[in-house]
Design a protein around this ligand. Structure first.
Ligand code: XIL
Length: 347
């Protein structure tokens, strides 16, 4: 029995994973076992990096007759969407607006720690708004009716609950840097482009009662009060072994009481590469199990999505937390780890 089948037979939720276009590419050698497993195991698929702005718009737009002409590259996203269509899987689109995927053509400047960051003043506020609107509308339009859920804005808060600085804040004529305007507009534009897609805000570090979780709560409440079309809240759920995840179900419920759905959108649980004893693997299974339980305990929780399903292809260990690469539910050779069995048992 697959995780998707177990989830369907249980509470009727969807169960998915992020996948990478390069590994399912029918034209390249790809990875057949990866591809077959991704097709069979899940009812939900997220393109891991294939829809982000820097990938879909690799060159600067040009101006013709008062309009922006965009040079989009949809091929990678199309591959994943075609794959999911062939396999009858629902797709979640990651992410329309994210500070971390500003294309390389956007001019950079030194950030607070000297590292280059996108320069918010590289374009006039008017142009920044046009770029943002086109990014949101054109992307949602392109996949209208095919992508059922969109992560509209991702990671808009810093850990202390203040707005994360971004290139979009200045585009709104507020006296202080404020993200509310671009966030609300992004939801409205996405909704106008596909009225049937479910739109959510996505964040990490909000599974417990953190300053960031409280800020996110206030934001969602305000968006709902203003009738902004927001339908869900995504909890990334990138966790580690010591995370008790106590209070996660309560947090999900708190948000659900605002009238939105809630989702686990990017789950993984990092453990060190040298953690070969069964103990860590069982602890890892326990953390996965608790998160799954929390979702199942809350009626408004509609899907659980893993951020990669095999240790052979996980961002943990290569991008985030080098040396901690055993964060997923299957081994390098796609064998079930205790976490996999634990999830199956919970579902
Ligand atoms: C990660 C991808 O998994 C990596 O391959 C990429 O290099 C960086 O982004 N939160 C998110 C995801 O919302 O989009 C991130 O994905 C992981 C953290």
């Amino acid at each position: 029995k697959t995780l998707a089948a177990a989830a369907r037979a249980g509470d009727g939720i969807m169960f998915g994973s992020a996948i990478q276009s390069a590994l399912i590419d029918p034209d390249s050698d790809g990875d057949e076992t990866y591809e077959q497993r991704a097709a069979a195991e899940f009812s939900l698929i997220a393109p891991e990096n294939d829809l982000i702005w820097e990938v879909t718009e690799p060159t600067e737009p040009t101006r013709e007759g008062g309009e922006w002409v965009h040079n989009y590259a949809w091929n990678r996203a199309e591959e994943v969407v075609d794959f999911a269509d062939r396999n009858g899987q629902t797709i979640i689109g990651h992410h329309l607006v994210w500070h971390s995927s500003v294309p390389s053509w956007w001019p950079r400047m030194p950030g607070p720690d000297g590292k280059p960051i996108p320069n918010p003043e590289a374009y006039t506020p008017q142009v920044v708004r046009e770029f943002l609107q086109d990014r949101v509308e054109d992307t949602v339009n392109r996949f209208e009716g095919r992508i059922g859920y969109w992560s509209v804005v991702n990671e808009v808060f810093a850990e202390n609950g203040s707005w994360r600085p971004s290139i979009w804040q200045r585009a709104y004529p507020n006296p202080v840097p404020d993200s509310y305007g671009y966030i609300a507009d992004s939801f409205r534009w996405a909704h106008a482009a596909d009225a049937n897609a479910k739109l959510y805000i996505n964040e990490y570090g909000v599974e417990g009662n953190t300053a960031k979780a409280r800020a996110l709560y206030d934001l969602v409440k305000r968006l709902r009060n203003d009738n902004v079309p927001i339908h869900g809240v995504g909890f990334q759920t990138h966790r580690k072994l010591t995370d008790g995840l106590t209070g996660f179900a309560d947090m999900l419920r708190r948000f659900a009481d605002l009238g939105v759905e809630v989702y686990i959108t990017e789950m993984d649980v990092r453990i060190h590469d040298t953690a070969t004893s069964g103990v860590e693997l069982l602890q890892q299974a326990e953390v996965y199990g608790r998160a799954v339980r929390a979702c199942l305990d809350v009626a408004a929780c509609k899907f659980i999505n893993l951020w990669g399903f095999t240790d052979a292809h996980s961002w943990i260990g290569t991008v985030f937390h080098i040396g901690w690469g055993r964060a997923t539910v299957l081994t390098n050779t796609l064998a079930a780890k205790p976490a996999y069995n634990r999830i199956a048992a919970e579902l």
